[in-house]
Design a protein around this ligand. Structure first.
Ligand code: ADP
Ligand code: MG
Length: 705
């Protein structure tokens, strides 16, 4: 038997209302009422609602767990902010938070999710016409603004977790400031523009003449105590502080530096489990891959314990985890077991997980990094900031005194940066620029950002968008390519790939590739089963590279589903068969399922755009040419010493060992991802003919004669 069994699922209860069940429900309702009443925010409900009435923009600051995200929207709903069918929108930087919070609030409202309370995130929408409290990602609200520039269905927009300063939050704040201004003008003059004309808004305003729109209320919520930057940006907006409740947390450091923080986390989990009193554990890791490998390591070690020793119940939580599995983290552990939550920095401030008494903080986080000169974005694992480390340790003191185990030395803490640099300063802006252009905001450099990205990085993004054909040479959104690209909820390079693949008649294949690239780690390669996992992968491998390999995996999985469907299996049985198939083939079931969801969503988009789902059949040359035409900005050539050089940037890069091309080392490849550890690694590669570059991307590679 394989040692790496999937995590145990919690039993799910059917909704048949037996007397016990009714009693259970009644008890739960009672409990929720009590919990709500005891939150720090509950005592200031009236004051908060009054402040929102009095101020167009309000900043609400309060410690994590004080009830901002779950309670404030309900206060506003009860305070009459949803009259005339208006909606309260709450944005979150992370998908997981939008989903879990919406589910919780729906339950608090004693209503089904998707009615009064719903969520909407990219590739997943649970809202209906009846939805009045809508949780969503900040990126999604930006997209909504494309269709409804005045965001007219919202009476209030709450920008939550603003302290995170994700790139979407920053852009959204700039946009909301504009929208608020427009709606104010609109409400006062009912469409007649007077005073200083603002050209960027006049078109929007004209489009909305005659429609009655009330001013927009804005609430910025933050867990960081420093509200001044938000207040300054919104013209001295008022800030309200909610008194938090925090028990003491004993912080412990290591005596020696830890060379392997994953192993150190494993050891610490068992140390706590064996030596400390009751209470759940929360460990912060950097991503899905780490979480899954630690999950397996814990399970293996736990198996070596005597059968009667107390159990460990592992619940992972990260963005691409299917939402019913995310919810496990919020459930109490089965009796006699200790819950161990393995989380990304989602659990830092975005969601509050009950029961936590011990926090393990390896002090690392995965972050975007950008080199504005080369235009290359990468993912790196870096030390957290002091602010993050403090937030993390705070999670241990929510319900009583707790302990935080920092897996680094105390002297290292002093060296950490005070706070995290806003993401807008360290990411590729192509996506943002494309969105702003599509919103009719042409002057990107002059846009009122809360914190301006560097001129170089704006110019670099403009240049990239011109090369991709999204902008014309005079920086206007191109028609149809730019408009189509802006409509797709994807990175511009992926959107471009879909549009190009339509011309190359291989949209079907590209759709699969883009979906598979949108999720983390399709392949499941446990350290202790490396050889078996490699052997399993062989059957999908294409000597042409990783993209075609991914297509093979996707199709094999679809075939497996098809087979059980033909055997008239029910949906649940089909999913089980797929799960089993994934397990046997060392494929990550969760990732594959996510990729299938993404696939069906994007398919909907491209069909709406009128693109044809054509396939190139066995003509893989055609498909590789298409990949070249799409990803030409990410081409790399082999150097005499066996390393590679990225052509666009001149950077020296290595093939990532996970690539199927790792051993063959072709002359020229296109890649999709740059990962920086001790070296620059490129991932997701396909072998191409270097001559195709000049032929298929002459705007970039053609040499002048
Ligand atoms: P804040 O936004 O101020 O950090 P929240 O509104 O997210 O606070 O959470 C308030 C409280 O609600 C938390 O302390 C937690 O106990 C509870 N809570 C939130 N989400 C859930 C959930 N999904 N399941 C159980 N309890 C939850
Ligand atoms: Mg919150």
């Amino acid at each position: 038997a394989r040692a790496s069994a999937p995590a145990p699922e919690m039993p799910s209860f059917s909704s048949g209302a037996s007397p016990q069940k009714q009693q259970h429900n009644a008890r739960r309702k009672q409990l929720i009422r009590q919990q709500r009443k005891s939150l720090p925010i509950a005592s200031v409900e009236k004051r908060l609602v009054d402040e929102v009435r009095k101020n167009d923009t309000l900043i609400v600051v309060g410690e994590t767990g004080s009830g901002k995200t779950t309670q404030l929207p309900q206060f506003l709903y009860d305070g009459g902010f949803c009259q005339d069918g208006k909606v309260i929108g709450i944005t979150q930087p992370r998908r997981v938070a939008a989903v879990t919070v919406a589910k919780r609030v729906a339950e608090e409202c004693n209503d089904q999710l998707g009615r009064k309370v719903g969520y909407s995130i990219r590739f997943d929408d649970s809202t209906s016409n009846a939805t009045r409290i809508k949780y969503m990602t900040d990126g999604l609200l930006l997209r909504e603004a494309l269709l409804d520039p005045l965001l007219s269905k919202y009476s209030v927009i709450v920008v939550d977790e603003a302290h995170e300063r994700t790139v979407h939050t920053d852009v959204l704040l700039g946009l909301l400031k504009k929208v608020q201004h427009s709606r104010c003008l609109h409400a006062n003059k009912n469409g007649k523009i007077s005073g200083r004309p603002d050209h960027s808004q006049s078109s929007t305003l004209k489009a909305c003449q005659g429609i009655k729109i009330a001013p927009l209320k804005l609430i910025i919520m933050s867990a960081s105590l420093d509200a001044k930057c938000f207040s300054d940006y919104f013209g001295g907006a008022k800030a309200v502080h909610i008194q938090g409740r925090q028990y003491p947390v004993d912080t412990l450091y290591t005596y020696q530096p830890e060379s392997d923080y994953l192993d150190a986390t494993l050891v610490t989990i068992f140390q706590i489990h064996l030596e400390e009193g009751p209470g759940d554990i929360l460990a912060f890791l950097t991503g899905q891959e780490e979480i899954e490998s630690l999950e397996r390591l814990i399970q293996e070690r736990a198996r070596q314990f005597p059968a009667d020793s107390s159990k460990i119940w592992i619940t992972p939580i990260y963005s691409s985890l299917p939402s019913e599995q995310q919810m496990n983290a919020f459930k109490p552990a089965p009796s006699g077991a200790r819950k161990v939550v393995l989380a990304t920095n989602i659990a830092e401030t975005s969601v509050t997980i009950p029961g936590i008494k011990y926090v393990i903080d390896p002090g690392m986080v995965k972050a975007r990094a950008y080199n504005p000169v080369t235009g290359m974005e990468s993912l790196i694992i870096i030390p957290v900031s002091k602010a993050q480390a403090l937030q993390r340790s705070g999670r241990a003191g929510r319900e009583g005194p707790g302990k935080c185990f920092r897996l680094f030395q105390e002297c290292e803490f002093d060296k950490l940066a005070e706070s995290t640099i806003p993401e807008i300063k360290r990411c590729n802006l192509a996506n943002v620029v494309l969105q702003l252009k599509a919103l009719g905001i042409d002057d990107i450099i002059g846009f009122d950002f809360m914190e301006k990205p560097s001129r170089t990085s704006i110019l670099k993004s403009l240049e990239q968008l011109i090369l991709l054909g999204a902008l014309t040479d005079d920086y206007k959104l191109s028609d149809p390519v730019g408009k189509q690209m802006a409509r797709l909820p994807l990175d511009p390079m992926y959107s471009k790939a879909l549009i190009v693949s339509n011309e190359f008649k291989c949209l079907e294949e590209m759709l699969i590739v883009v979906s598979m690239l949108s999720v983390e780690s399709i392949f499941f390669t446990p350290r202790e089963k490396l050889e078996e996992a490699r052997a399993a992968r062989k059957s999908f491998e294409s000597s042409e590279g990783d993209h075609i390999t991914l297509v093979n995996v996707y199709r094999a999985a679809a075939e497996c589903l098809e087979k059980s469907k033909n055997a008239n299996a029910k949906e649940k049985t089909m999913e089980k068969a797929l799960n089993r198939w994934c397990f046997e083939n060392f494929i990550n079931y969760r990732s594959l399922r996510h990729a299938r969801d993404v696939h069906s969503q994007i398919q909907g988009h491209v069909q709406q755009m009128g693109l044809n789902l054509s396939s190139c059949g066995d003509d893989m040359v055609q498909f590789r040419r298409c990949l070249t035409a799409a990803f030409f900005l990410n081409a790399a050539m082999r150097q005499p010493d066996g390393s590679f050089r990225a052509l666009a940037t001149g950077q020296s890069v290595q093939m990532h060992p996970s690539s199927v091309l790792f051993r063959t080392k072709p002359d020229c490849v296109v890649f999709n991802e740059l990962v920086r550890t001790t070296q620059n690694y490129v991932k997701n590669l396909t072998r191409i003919d270097p001559l195709w570059l000049a032929e298929l991307a002459p705007q970039y590679y053609a040499t002048e004669d």
